[in-house]
Design a protein around this ligand. Structure first.
Ligand SMILES: [Fe+2]
Length: 187
């Protein structure tokens, strides 16, 4: 297991680190819960934990005064920025997790339609670890005071509705595939 906190500390040297560390720990724990449901291998579990802990490293570069972040880039770019950082650190697979974790993933068409300041390419989670981390991330916000609160399935689902029915359908497919929240009746 890599020293993910050490890596985060380097990039957050001039920025508050606690929000991302706490948020990412919650995402990693949920992603590992799903990895257990799916009986993934120890090696896959290590990758999932590392990539989940690092998926928001690009937040260190963004401007979001509400979160105490005084970088220069728009928040929406944190996935792409994270990929650049992680590639530079020799972690290209972790970088893909970072680039592909916004919502349930962004298509080229989403970027054009919403006029997002992002490179024009598909940023959809492809591998199983990418999909699990993207899914798990939906359940946790970075709102100070609410970092460790897991959102209900209904809330996560409702927040996807404005982005199109295909986003909700993707969420529902993952939910079933990951056997998540079926037993507790949270719909
Ligand atoms: Fe996140």
């Amino acid at each position: 297991m890599r020293d993910t906190v050490g890596l985060l500390c380097r990039y957050f040297a001039a920025q508050p680190l606690e929000i991302v560390v706490t948020h990412s720990r919650c995402v990693a724990d949920l992603a590992l819960e799903i990895a257990n449901n799916l009986s993934l291998s120890p090696l896959e579990r290590v990758f999932i934990e590392e990539a989940a802990l690092l998926h928001d490293i690009g937040v260190s570069q963004v401007h979001a005064p509400g979160l105490g972040l005084m970088g220069t880039y728009p928040y929406i770019q944190h996935g792409v920025l994270g990929r650049e950082i992680l590639e530079r650190e020799g972690l290209p697979d972790h970088g893909l997790v970072s680039e592909r974790h916004t919502g349930v993933g962004l298509t080229r068409e989403d970027i054009v339609r919403q006029n997002l300041p992002l490179p024009l390419r598909d940023m959809l989670p492809v591998s199983l670890p990418e999909q699990i981390i993207c899914f798990a991330d939906l359940f946790y916000s970075k709102k100070p005071g609410h970092l460790t609160e897991r959102k209900s399935m209904a809330l996560v689902r409702s927040k996807l509705i404005p982005f199109g029915v295909e986003k909700v359908e993707q969420f529902d497919r993952w939910r079933e595939q990951f056997r998540f929240g079926v037993a507790d009746g949270d719909v």
